[in-house]
Design a protein around this ligand. Structure first.
Ligand code: VAH
Length: 317
């Protein structure tokens, strides 16, 4: 059995769907602090209400299902955590400790925990950011992800827990909505374009950020989890990249299909967060250790996103 904590989030919803397709729906338990919005998650397989800060409830769920693998995705993302710093730290850190301790106690074979390019800060080299480099994150989310990486490595060294992690760039998909991130503009913009509306972007037009299409993020996650343990040389978290683009470039990519689509720019507080992050990532260690290779670039992602979002609109009328 596999347990997915935070199964209702942007990544959790897609990962649960992918894992259920691969391992059978009844073998993948979806858990989240709130009941699933989409009927599919609820109907397709087992669902448990779980607040990961409630350690007793977490242990109860884990004793009931005895998962061999746990994917712990529940967290506050960058913009939300910056507005709720104490809760952001508590959820991101105590939630992780509860999962790591319960996994050691109950003999879980593998744990997955997502990190982020948010672990890098304003004095990190911005272009082709290396795996090992200066890391002074200046957001609550980034501080919690950097601390979490170090704790994952500690649990691997001290308890032999096989915990694995990826520093995701901004993730973009059509099956789920983002929740409180700084890169969310890159999802919102496609929805507006397909709805025939203009989009007001909360980042400036030349804000370059590392990004990845959801199918690539799912492939990387499962490739990492399937790799033999002896191939995993990095137990903090692997740099992971696919592409980088700016709001201006994703707009041009969309206008290849929807030439009348218009975007205006109104940077808000998320601009400072974006400015503290790298422009591009060196993920050569992931490519060396477990053969990472992305499939989607910006135009290929745009073509796929627009086709699927148009289908969703057609089905919803
Ligand atoms: C965020 N989407 O914006 C997340 C991610 C790299 C960005 O961590 O907070």
């Amino acid at each position: 059995t596999i347990l997915v904590i935070g199964a209702g989030g942007q990544l959790g919803l897609e990962l649960t769907h992918e894992l259920r397709q691969r391992y059978g729906a009844s073998n993948v338990v979806a858990a989240d602090v709130r009941a699933p919005k989409d009927a599919e998650t609820a109907q397709a397989g087992p669902f448990e209400l779980l607040d990961v800060l409630d350690k007793n409830r977490l242990e109860e769920v884990m004793r009931q299902y005895k998962p061999k693998q746990v994917y712990h995705l529940a967290a506050l993302l960058s913009a939300t955590a910056e507005k709720n710093p104490k809760f952001g730290w508590q959820l991101n850190m105590d939630g992780l400790f509860h999962v790591l301790d319960a996994s050691v106690d109950l003999g879980v074979q593998k744990v997955y925990w997502p990190s982020s390019i948010a672990v890098f800060g304003p004095d990190t080299p911005r272009d082709n950011t290396p795996q090992l480099t200066i890391m002074n994150p200046n957001t609550v989310y980034g501080i919690s992800k950097l601390a979490g990486e170090q704790w994952c490595e500690w649990y691997f060294r001290k308890h032999g827990l096989d915990v694995r992690s990826l520093r995701y760039p901004g993730l973009i998909g059509y099956k789920s909505l983002p929740g409180g991130g700084t890169t969310d503009y890159a999802v919102d913009i496609y929805h507006k374009a397909v709805a025939g509306q203009h989009y007001e972007c909360f980042l400036s037009e030349d804000t370059y950020l590392p990004m990845m299409y959801m199918p690539d993020a799912l492939k990387a996650t499962l490739d990492l989890m399937h790799a033999p343990a002896e191939q995993i040389d990095i137990r903090s978290s692997y740099n992971l990249g696919a592409m980088s683009f700016s709001p201006k470039e994703i707009t041009a990519s969309i206008q290849r299909h929807l030439p009348d689509f218009q975007v205006t720019y109104q940077p808000d507080s998320r601009q400072q967060i974006a400015d503290s992050w790298p422009a591009s990532i060196d993920d050569s260690r992931a490519r060396q250790d477990w053969n990472w290779q992305p499939d989607f670039d910006l135009d290929k992602m745009t073509d796929d996103m627009l086709v699927h979002l148009k289908q969703q609109v057609a089905l919803s009328v």
